[in-house]
Design a protein around this ligand. Structure first.
Ligand SMILES: [Zn+2]
Length: 75
């Protein structure tokens, strides 16, 4: 009888450990999405490659992916 009780306690312990671990894993998966703000993307006027607004080079005709493309489009 004591053995059965011990087995039950071990099973409950494993169940609690697993549910706790799954909850932590779910929290970890949700965190990066909420912590990271969505990046605004713009297309390069010269080659149409999409770059983040913060990395884009602003020209007279619009945003560019790099200074080289701005020079080529706006000589
Ligand atoms: Zn470009």
């Amino acid at each position: 009888m004591r053995l059965l009780l011990l087995l039950l306690l071990v099973l409950i312990g494993i169940w609690l450990w697993r549910s706790n671990r799954e909850a932590k894993a779910a929290q970890k998966q949700e965190k990066p999405l909420s912590a990271r703000p969505p990046l605004d993307m713009v297309g390069c006027t010269f080659c149409s490659v999409h770059v983040a607004v913060v990395d884009a080079v602003q020209g007279r005709k619009g945003p560019y992916c790099c200074a080289d493309h701005r020079q080529r489009a706006e000589p």
